[in-house]
Design a protein around this ligand. Sequence first.
Ligand code: NAP
Length: 262
Amino acid sequence: MAEILKGSNVANFLTEDLISRCKKLNSPTLAIFRIGENSSDISYETGASKRCEKIGINIKKFILPENSSNDEILNTLTEIKNDNSIHGCLMFRPLKDKALEKIACEIIAEKDSDIPPCTAQACIEILDFYGVEIEGKNAVVLGRSEIIGKPVAMLLLNRNATVTICHSKTKNLPEICKRSDIIISAMGKAKFIDSKFVSEGQVIIDVGINFDENNKLCGDVNFDDVEKIVSKITPVPGGVGAVTTSVLAKHVIEAAERRMNL
Ligand code: NAP
């Protein structure tokens, strides 16, 4: 039976540290910028707000209607940029077009709390918390998106893992996965990774958030099938997602510390 790498333990550990650091700061504040009422954005926003509240970080919300003009969007972001009481900004992406998003990212660049992307960093926080060595290990990242696949691969590389990035055109995926020490799956395919993809001693971080045939939340990994074989695995729900908001809060605290030259 594999060790279950619960996200809550990591989140609580990070939160305790952030609470004590927050006490030394002058009202660290996170701006949340959202356009429209996308339910997954709102659910992440609720989790992030609760986490920040627990730590002592203030939240300022900037919510625009779906049909907002480019000027309204960019003016609001400029307001966030120029507001000295704001230390970090969570901007929900993607915006309605790529060109607009590029300008928006440039405006808030200094305050962007999602750089490096929080979910990618949450994977590393989990590995570190549970004492999984990264240096020298073979790591496979399933997925090459800008928000998860690529950044998590870079973070692993920076920690001296040997990294293979796989995608929908990769051949022999089961063989590649079986040979690795660490598998990070960010494909968005419900229960895709089963016993054919894994081998003994592996560590699996399941980033996927999907719904199975019974409309139940599940990851990319067929948990029941692989849990008997691998050595450590994150659950879904209760794994990576639980850590992401703590990483977001950590970025706000770090920005506020930089402002105070701490
Ligand atoms: P995405 O942009 O759709 O990217 C999916 C990636 O998986 C693509 O690179 C795609 O390859 C690859 N892929 C798809 N099918 C594959 C297959 N059969 N074999 C190998 N690779 C395959 O998704 P994303 O935004 O990165 O999100 C990935 C998952 O993470 C989703 O389930 C999302 O809901 C979840 N998520 C979780 C959190 C969290 O906090 N836990 C946060 C955000 C997102 P191509 O590039 O070739 O198309």
